[in-house]
Design a protein around this ligand. Sequence first.
Ligand SMILES: Cc1cc2nc3c(=O)[nH]c(=O)nc-3n(C[C@H](O)[C@H](O)[C@H](O)COP(=O)(O)O)c2cc1C
Length: 334
Amino acid sequence: MLKTRITEFFGVERPIVQGGLMWVATAELVAAVANAGGMGFMTALTFPDAERLRAEIRRCRRMTAKPFGVNLTFLPTLRPPDYPALIRVCVEERVGFIETAGRNPEPYMPQIKSAGIKVVHKCTSVRHALKAETIGCDAISIDGFEAAGHPGEDDVTTLILVPLARDAVDLPLIASGGFADGRGLAAALALGADGINMGTRFVATREAPVHENMKLALIRRRETDTRLIMRSLRNTERVLHNRAAEKVLEIEGRGNTRIEELIPYVSGRVGRQMLQDGDVDKATWAAGQCIGLIRDIPTCRELLDRIMAEAEEIIGTRLADMMAPGDRPSPPHA
Ligand SMILES: Cc1cc2nc3c(=O)[nH]c(=O)nc-3n(C[C@H](O)[C@H](O)[C@H](O)COP(=O)(O)O)c2cc1C
């Protein structure tokens, strides 16, 4: 058992977080992660309006008595969602934790914090982590360049970003981007994080509500099979290399890209269809470099059991055995 500032912060058994996953982090997955001892975030923008989010939160509560949270993603979008209404539902439904991501959540902090909800801000640079600390966020999740989705524009890998973030902020810290197994968890803790966040790995679990083809694609593809799209719009997204990603890159390559040209390939509507009908080339979909480490489709319970056992073996045995007996720190006196 690993007790860290993150297990304490969320009140969960395991320092493993399932971050926001558009279309994927519905009650089934979030409850499965919670029941396996981790912390899951339901993704608010998956639902058409605040009342549908409320219904999903209630459905999740019927599936688990454990803590879970809601992800609010603030991205540049043609039609901004009604964030105050989504937050109001979180307040009324007594959600304890919100994961914010994308743009600066500052405009919404008074509404969230006055209700006593704790905020984990997921960001991609040390300067944004520092900003999050100053505006009153309670924990930081930091996404390295390996990550699926929006890894920012700085291209700094998790190996560098996590220790830099640890040096810069005092808040509980979650390392994100590239994690799929217990080796990653042990490494993240060694780098100074208090836990890990995983996205791509949770898509390839039994409970993820997506077509089997999507999960099989994650198993079959390699660490080199992701692409960065929308860089020309300074809204970079790491996605699986498929026909839709190639088309987007071709359009971007022509120069002067307008988002309207990319909509047929990147829109949420077509992405959602693809996840349900299993046509893996229909739209772009977020996937991280850790696909190289994904080899099966376990349940969330099996996955978290395995990650914990592996990390504990590494920390308690493999690394400890590397130290000569005389060098080992002596246990504290009773
Ligand atoms: C299919 C998919 C959808 C995602 N959607 C969101 C989202 O809506 N909001 C968000 O904050 N992060 C989103 N992410 C990013 C994850 O929460 C997480 O930060 C990222 O996947 C971590 O990197 P990893 O994939 O290497 O584990 C998504 C990731 C994936 C794989």
